[in-house]
Design a protein around this ligand. Structure first.
Ligand SMILES: Nc1ncnc2c1ncn2[C@@H]1O[C@H](COP(=O)(O)OP(=O)(O)OP(=O)(O)O)[C@@H](O)[C@H]1O
Ligand SMILES: [Mg+2]
Length: 433
C-alpha cells in the first residue's frame, strides 16, 4: 500500500518529464547534424579551393592585368598546362610560385611604356629591346619585347616556358612578373631594378663609385644566384650569358641576375649564334665558343671574367689599351705571375681603400673559374663557400684560357677559326689535340 501511494505520488511527475527528455535529445541530434554538415561543407570547400587555386591565382591579378580566362585561347592553354601538371602529381606546383604569374594586356603595357617610347628604352640586347614602364598602381616594370624574327615559339610553348622561369625564384635572381601574348608579339614583364645594371658602373658613364664592400656584396650575390640556378633550383639552368649588363642592381645595390632562362624562348642554334654573341665573346668559355659545349662550367668561366671586371672596373676586352693589357684575364695572369696582382685593382678603389686579403681571394677565385679545362673549374657551391668563409686557397690555378681576337692575316672570313687559334693556353691546346 505504501508502495502504491508512492507510485501514485510519483507518476504525475514522471509524465511531465518525458516530453522534456524527448525534445532535449532531438535538439542534440539537430545540433550534431549541423556540426557534421558544417564539417562536410568545410571539407568540400577546402578540396574545391585546392583544385581551383592555380587557375584562380592566374586570374586574380590587379585590374590592369588581362586575365588568362578572358583570352579563350590562353585559358585553354593554361587549362592544359595545369592539367598536365596535376597529372604529374607535383605538390610544389600547387604551393609554388605560379600564383604570382600574371598575363598582361598589350594595351596596358603600351600605356605603361608610353607606347614604347624611345625615351623609355633602357637598352637593347640580343633578345630584343627593354623599356621602362609604370603601371597604373605606380609599380615600375621593365618590359622586354622579344625579337620576333628569332622567337618562333607558339603560344603554348611560350607560356610553358614562362611558367618554368617564374617558378625559379631567389633573392639574387630578377623576378619575372608576367608576360604578354598579343598575336605574334611576345613580351616579358620584369620587376624594375632601380640601379639598372652593373655595366653602367664598371664600364659605363656613371660616375657613381662602388666601394669594395658593395663590390664584394655583388660578387657574392651573383655567386649565390648562380649556385641556385646550377645546383639548388628544381630545374637546372645554365644561364649562358653571364655578363655585367645582366647583373641588375636594386636600390641597395644588391645584385640580381637577369635574363636567366631566356634561351628557352629561342631555337637552340639561334640563341647560341645570336648577333649579340660576338659582343659578349670575352665572357664566353672557350669550349662553348669553339665547340658549342655548354654546361654550368661555361657560366662559371663567365663569372670569373666578371669578378676580374668588378675588381678592375674595366671591360674584359679593350682594344684601345696597350697590347699586353687588352685581355683582362691575360693581363691579370701576367701580374699574378710577377707577384703584382694588386696592381690590377681599380685606381679609385685604391684611393678609397679595400680589404687586401678579400681582393686577393676574389682574384684567386676568378682564376679558378677561368681554368682552361672545364672540369677544373670549381662548382658554384664551392665558390660561394670560398667567398663566404674566406677559406685559404690550396689549389694553385693554371694559366687561364681566353679567346684572343687580335686580328691575324687571313682571319677576316673565318672568325671562328681565328678563335681556336687564339687559345694561348698551351694546356688547352694539349688537351684538344
Ligand atoms: N629589370 C630591369 N630593370 C632595370 N633595367 C633593366 C632591367 N632589365 C634590363 N634592364 C636594362 O636594359 C638594358 C638592356 O637589357 P638587355 O637584357 O636587353 O640587353 P643586354 O643585357 O645588354 O644583352 P642581352 O640580350 O645579351 O642580355 C640592360 O643593360 C639594363 O641596363
Ligand atoms: Mg640582358
Amino acid at each position: 500500500m505504501p508502495l502504491r501511494v508512492l507510485q501514485e505520488a510519483t507518476s504525475p511527475s514522471n509524465e511531465s518529464h518525458a516530453p522534456q527528455h524527448k525534445s532535449g535529445s532531438s535538439l542534440f541530434y539537430i545540433l550534431g547534424g549541423l556540426v557534421v554538415l558544417a564539417i562536410v561543407l568545410i571539407f568540400l570547400y577546402v578540396v574545391w579551393k585546392r583544385i581551383k587555386r592555380p587557375a584562380q591565382t592566374m586570374t586574380v591579378a590587379s585590374k590592369e592585368h588581362q586575365e588568362f580566362g578572358k583570352h579563350n585561347e590562353s585559358a585553354e592553354v593554361m587549362k592544359m598546362i595545369f592539367s598536365s601538371n596535376q597529372q604529374s602529381g607535383s605538390k610544389e606546383f600547387f604551393s609554388g610560385n605560379l600564383r604570382t604569374i600574371s598575363c598582361f594586356d598589350y594595351q596596358t603595357l603600351k600605356k605603361a611604356t608610353e607606347n614604347f617610347h624611345p625615351d623609355n628604352l633602357l637598352g637593347s640586347g640580343g633578345f630584343g629591346p627593354v623599356y621602362q614602364g609604370k603601371l597604373v598602381d605606380g609599380r615600375l616594370v621593365a618590359v622586354k619585347k622579344l625579337a620576333l624574327n628569332k622567337s618562333q615559339q607558339g603560344e603554348k610553348e611560350f607560356l610553358v616556358e614562362v611558367r618554368t622561369i617564374t617558378s625559379i625564384q631567389h633573392k639574387n635572381l630578377v623576378r619575372l612578373l608576367g608576360c604578354c601574348v598579343d598575336g605574334p608579339q611576345r613580351l616579358l614583364v620584369y620587376e624594375y631594378m632601380k640601379n639598372r645594371s652593373l655595366d653602367l658602373f664598371i664600364h659605363g658613364n656613371s660616375d657613381q663609385f662602388l666601394n669594395w664592400s658593395t663590390r664584394f656584396q655583388i660578387i657574392l650575390g651573383v655567386a649565390r644566384g648562380l649556385q641556385y640556378l646550377h645546383e639548388d633550383s628544381h630545374q637546372r639552368i645554365v644561364h649562358r650569358d653571364i655578363k655585367a649588363s645582366n647583373i641588375l642592381l636594386d636600390d641597395k645595390f644588391h645584385p640580381r641576375i637577369g635574363d636567366f632562362g631566356l634561351a628557352r624562348f629561342f631555337p637552340e642554334d639561334q640563341a647560341y649564334l645570336s648577333t649579340q654573341f660576338a659582343g659578349t665573346l670575352g665572357y664566353t668559355a672557350p669550349e662553348y665558343a669553339i665547340r658549342g659545349e655548354l654546361s654550368e662550367k661555361a657560366d662559371i668561366y663567365s663569372f670569373g671574367v666578371l669578378v676580374l671586371e668588378i675588381i678592375c672596373c674595366r671591360k674584359n676586352t679593350e682594344h684601345t689599351l696597350p697590347s699586353e693589357m687588352q685581355y683582362l684575364p691575360e693581363y691579370a695572369w701576367k701580374l699574378y705571375e710577377n707577384a703584382r696582382i694588386l696592381d690590377i685593382v681599380d685606381p679609385k678603389l685604391r684611393e678609397h681603400g679595400f680589404v687586401e686579403k678579400d681582393v686577393m681571394q676574389a682574384n684567386h677565385v676568378a682564376f679558378l673559374c677561368l681554368q682552361p679545362h672545364a672540369h677544373l673549374r670549381p662548382p658554384m657551391s664551392e665558390i660561394v663557400a670560398l667567398l663566404t668563409f674566406k677559406i685559404e686557397m690550396v689549389t694553385t690555378p693554371m694559366r687561364p684560357a681566353f679567346l684572343d681576337r687580335r686580328p691575324r692575316k687571313g682571319d677576316e672570313n673565318h672568325p671562328l677559326e681565328a678563335l681556336s687559334q687564339g687559345f694561348t693556353s698551351p694546356i688547352y691546346l694539349k688537351a684538344s689535340d
